[in-house]
Design a protein around this ligand. Structure first.
Ligand code: NI
Length: 167
């Protein structure tokens, strides 16, 4: 299965709003499988389709230690958010940058699985953070959008410098 190239912040395509998946067909299943492989290869814990320039509402997550519990969320929607937690986040689209973001402590997410069945999941801690982070991507938001303008400018400058060094 091919690895997919990951868009890097501040690529404007990361701001696109993803469309709901109308039908779960082989194309969607292949996308989810390729996204899983891409996420594992990049040592990430979550990846949204937006990050691989596919603007459909598909997210993959694996927060397990063993890295063998791939979760696929199609058309995920937060139906309940409770409490507050603040933790350090990073993103495969913003390499080498980590900062603290406030998120809900507990969430309930409604989604379709790969068989097209409606599911709900209650999550807390890291999984809850990851769901909020990935659903943000589907809505065209990157975690740095939660930071101050000053921090965002610094991050852009740092990433531009990295790009020059590696080019
Ligand atoms: Ni991300």
């Amino acid at each position: 299965m091919p690895l997919l190239p990951i868009l890097r912040f501040p690529d404007p395509r990361l701001k696109k709003i993803a469309s709901p998946v109308a039908q779960i067909d082989d194309q969607v299943r292949k996308l989810a499988a390729d996204m899983g492989e891409t996420m594992y290869e990049a040592s990430g814990i979550g990846l949204a389709a937006t990050q691989v320039d596919v603007h459909r509402r598909v997210v993959v997550i694996d927060v397990s230690e063993e890295r063998q519990q791939l979760r696929v969320f199609i058309n995920p929607k937060l139906t309940r958010c409770e409490g507050v937690q603040a933790g350090e986040e990073g993103c495969l689209s913003v390499p080498g940058i980590y900062d603290t973001v406030e998120r809900a402590e507990r969430v309930t997410v409604a989604y379709l699985d790969l068989d097209g069945q409606s599911q709900t999941l209650e999550a807390e801690g890291l999984l809850a953070v990851c769901l909020q982070h990935e659903i943000d991507h589907l809505d065209g938001k990157v975690f740095v959008d939660h930071l101050s303008q000053l921090k965002q400018s610094r991050i852009k400058a740092k990433l531009a410098k990295q790009a020059r060094v590696t080019a």
